[in-house]
Design a protein around this ligand. Structure first.
Ligand code: UD2
Ligand code: MN
Length: 406
């Protein structure tokens, strides 16, 4: 009797333990599924819509005969899409010698296959990516020359269909890189359909052509992940002010706002974002006048929506920066840490949808399109806020009245 009772007792216990274990497993699975941001759920990994590429990329076929003979279904069936590994890549590049001066005429001669306005499409296949390369600029013509002389041949070897938009800020007022990038997207959208945008500093030179300027899903990309200026070490830092978070996890959100700021992954230099991601985060904030913060703000916007920063080509994405000083009209923004506090909170109300700029001139050069724009200037309050040095912790408590500040 005792043995039967003991046996029943242990069996019941075993069943209970098994039940508890399976419950834990199920809840883990459910939690994992639940915590996956919904906007990432339904995205196919290969985001290239062949039908779409066939439709928009048909001009990239070199001969009229090809164009006549192929309709879009044949294009797909016969797979005229460029190979997933471009064939003409050469690998590591020697960036040492390229600082020697080339004239524009020489560079144009070497890149005769680039069309007016800095447009290119592979001659023998349909590109998988249509890329708008957006370069914010002012008074760095010699750097632009070095950049394009170095990068055009690389972009061509990478089989992308692209156009180079140089967005030049007019006048001598305080520089605003983020506004120039937003304006670049607006101008690119007026031109054609692009799958993704590259935000490209004028002074960064790629050291290996296997770091492709292709968009990848599901996350945005940091292209310039290793830069000689930072001793080729990937960068991230903890936000100086606590961030006002918008998140799902209440515990983490509360802890962060009480104890520490989030880790910000560096997203400047050269970064890449799809058109859809750009819309989701409402572009970049227009409030960052002067040097710094605008790239971190974009990272925080993306991160609030569950995105991470990818670097699918690892060590190959290394860059050299052409040495330079910071211009006096691009002085360090002393209010940037405080502005970052509300980056994600501000996201839907301030950014691409509140962008204001005026096109002063539009010129299609041979190797790029130059669009000179007036981006305005910051308000008096904002000028004081960003120019007066104050301890970060002190500014952390001031909320910037952003509605009146751009
Ligand atoms: C870093 C980031 C950059 C940006 C900036 C903060 C790197 C490699 N890059 O750049 O992406 O986040 O910090 O705002 O860390 N520019 C002009 N004329 C000017 C001023 C700026 O053309 O008078 C353009 C140009 O494209 C330049 C870019 O703005 O490359 C960034 O300015 P920077 O090169 O002076 O600043 P840097 O290298 O610290
Ligand atoms: Mn620089």
């Amino acid at each position: 009797m005792w043995r039967i009772w003991r046996w029943t007792h242990w069996t019941v216990w075993r069943i209970c333990i098994l039940f508890a274990l399976s419950l834990t497993c199920v809840s883990f699975i459910l939690r994992y599924n639940h915590s996956m941001p919904t906007h990432l759920e339904n995205r196919a990994l290969s985001f290239v819509d062949l039908e779409d590429v066939a439709q928009y990329g048909i001009d990239s076929l070199s001969t009229a005969e090809q164009r006549e003979n192929l309709n879009s279904t044949e294009l797909i069936r016969n797979s005229y899409i460029c190979p997933s590994r471009p064939k003409r890549l050469t690998g590591k590049l020697n960036v040492q010698g390229i600082f020697s001066e080339h004239t524009w005429a020489e560079i144009i001669e070497k890149n005769a296959d680039i069309s007016e306005g800095g447009r290119y499409a592979p001659p023998d296949c349909i590109a998988r990516n249509r890329v708008a390369i957006i370069i914010p600029l002012r008074n760095r013509d010699s750097q632009l020359r070095v950049l394009l002389s170095h990068m055009h041949p690389i972009w061509k070897r990478q089989d992308i269909q692209y156009r180079v938009f140089v967005i030049t800020q007019n006048g001598n007022g305080i520089f605003n890189r983020a506004k120039l990038l937003n304006a670049g997207v607006a101008e690119a959208r007026r031109d054609a359909i692009y799958d993704c945008y590259v935000f490209h500093d004028v002074d960064l030179l790629l050291e290996d052509d296997r770091c492709l300027y292709w968009c990848h899903e599901p996350n945005p990309r940091l292209v310039a992940s290793l830069v000689d200026k930072f001793s080729y070490v990937p960068l991230s830092y903890r936000a100086k002010c606590r961030i006002v978070e918008q998140g799902n996890d209440l515990f983490e959100k509360t802890m962060r706002s009480i104890l520490w700021g989030p880790v910000i992954t560096y997203f400047g230099g050269v970064s890449m974002i799809t058109a859809a991601q750009f819309d989701e985060v409402n572009g970049l904030s227009n409030l960052y006048w002067g040097w710094g913060g605008e790239d971190d703000d974009l990272f925080l916007r993306l991160s609030a929506l569950g995105y991470e920063v990818d670097n699918p080509y690892g060590q190959k994405c290394s860059f050299r920066m052409i040495r330079h000083d910071h211009e006096s009209a691009n002085a360090e923004n002393e209010g940037r840490h405080a502005l970052l506090r509300h980056a994600s909170k501000r996201m839907q109300n301030e950014g691409y949808n509140t962008l204001r700029y005026k096109v002063e001139s539009y010129k299609e050069e041979r190797l790029y399109t130059n669009i000179t724009v007036d981006v305005g200037h910051p308000s008096k309050y904002m000028t004081d806020f960003i120019s007066k040095a104050a301890e970060a912790w002190f500014k952390c408590f001031i909320e910037v009245p952003w509605r009146t500040s751009h």
